[in-house]
Design a protein around this ligand. Structure first.
Ligand SMILES: C[S@@+](CC[C@H](N)C(=O)[O-])C[C@H]1O[C@@H](n2cnc3c(N)ncnc32)[C@H](O)[C@@H]1O
Length: 235
């Protein structure tokens, strides 16, 4: 059993794939418990900001068990839900049988879509897991149509020192207990804190988007920046 699921560099993807294969069957339960159900509100906010319109083509990247893809499809979009973890996709397919969602196995760093395919792209709690955040953003930009919107929901880094201290303490000391209790290994959930420390988070992601030519870049902080949504459009 690996002592840590966070591995910098080239081997990262394989380790992340192992992690999600290990937790897939408990993922939704733990998500509800560790966020006290709040992740549902944050995902709802993501969809409000995405403003999906019927007949648009949407991509939900790192879709996991399909929460966001389901909301997009319910809004009438034709949704591709992509993830590289077969066990996560399997849970998603069992949860949501909706003719407007197509679940596919794909690596976010090498997407099997032509340039300028999608009107709208969401990625929730996915970007932080990629071996290369900038490459992931570039791949997102490539598959969006000009004017296409991207919405990125993830753990954030609050600027208020007291907030940040309490929040990091919760992620570091309490969240691993969910891994120990439900997956038999605290490393599965210690990963959240470890990966967040290596992630540029809301401000860093916005800066990368600025450098790479995205338009209408915006950050919406949730819960004082503990969570955040980065928004941008392809020019
Ligand atoms: C924390 S889960 C988020 C699932 C879902 N989006 C949600 O918000 O509940 C992260 C997901 O990203 C997927 N993932 C991580 N790296 C990936 C990559 N390079 N390509 C595709 N999927 C990836 C994992 O398999 C996992 O299902």
């Amino acid at each position: 059993m690996p002592s840590s699921y966070y591995l910098p560099g080239k081997g990262r993807s394989a380790r992340v794939e192992d992690l999600f294969a290990t937790i897939a069957s408990r993922y939704d339960l733990i998500n509800d418990l560790q966020s006290l159900g709040l992740h549902r509100l944050w995902k709802r906010r993501l969809i409000q900001l995405a403003k999906p319109k019927p007949h648009e083509r949407a991509l939900d990247l790192c879709c996991g068990t399909g929460d966001v893809a389901f909301r997009l499809a319910n809004a009438g979009t034709h949704t591709v839900a992509a993830d590289f973890s077969l066990p996560m996709l399997q849970v998603g397919r069992e949860r949501f049988q909706n003719e407007r969602i197509q679940f596919i196995r794909a690596d976010a760093l090498n997407l099997p879509f032509d340039d300028s395919t999608f009107d709208l792209l969401t990625i929730s709690y996915g970007l932080r897991n990629l071996a290369d955040v900038r490459e992931g953003l570039n791949e997102m930009q490539r598959v969006l149509k000009p004017g296409g919107r991207a919405m990125i929901l993830d753990f954030g880094k609050p600027t208020h020192p007291a907030f940040r201290l309490g929040y990091y303490f919760y992620l570091k000391r309490f969240v691993p207990l969910f891994g120990r209790v439900f997956c038999g290994n605290s490393a599965t959930h210690a990963y959240i804190y470890e990966s967040l420390m290596a992630y540029p988070a809301q401000k860093g992601v916005a800066e990368l988007m600025r450098q790479d030519g995205w338009a209408n870049i915006r950050i919406e902080n949730l819960l004082g920046g503990m969570m955040s949504i980065n928004l941008g459009e392809k020019r």
